[in-house]
Design a binder for this molecule. Sequence first.
Ligand SMILES: [Zn+2]
Length: 264
Amino acid sequence: MADHLTPEAAVQPLLTAKRCLVLTGAGLSVASGLPVYRGQEHSLYDDPDQLRDAMASTLHKDPEAYWQRHAVRRHAMGQVKPNAAHHALVQLEVLLRSLERDFLLATQNVDNLHRRAGQRAVHELHGNCFWLRCLDYQCLGRERDETDPEFVSNLKAPRCDTCGGILRPDMILFGEADERRWEALNSFITVGVDLVLLIGSSGVVSVPEKLLQFIASTNQSPYVLEINPKPTEDEPWGKSISGHLVMNAEEALPKLLDLLKAGV
Ligand SMILES: [Zn+2]
């Protein structure tokens, strides 16, 4: 079992890392007021209605009805704000780049909060709830639709400018996969990675496991720091973790940033 670290110990690999990869999950946005999806009390998918709407089959069966529910949820998601963890990650990227270190942030979150905080390069592995694409996968119609205050009063499904069909949220639903979203991440890893920060991912989701498996397939063994109030120790992939910082992201990341600034 990996050590539980103090922030002073956890910052050490950050001081020397040349290529840092960050993966964030739903735990990062809890302090903004958004629920996690799984693995905790009041998780989103404990609600059968939420779980049903997370399935691609629900969208395709009746897109108009899907939109009526999705528009309300999306509007609520647009009302929350990035928290101290999002802001610290923006500063971390700026600081590391100023030191000529490489940095890549990938997220499982579809909430758009990294972009709203000002993160430069965000790779959204599950898409973005505020972007749209055509329901017809063959059609290339895409739109960015991040700020639409009227949206919640307009519950009709938006239409594609290209073909006139219905648009859908540009995010991955259950029953779907989009390996293209991993390309930039995999390219970064292939070039080399010496530090991985896993922040706010529930141990029961598969993305950290997939990421760590890909890294292992490249014969690299970077330092893997997990920042999570509930450390992942029971899952098989937890064995790949080098150290745990058992804190909430919104407390841990500003602290690590201060220590990093003092140490470089
Ligand atoms: Zn279209």
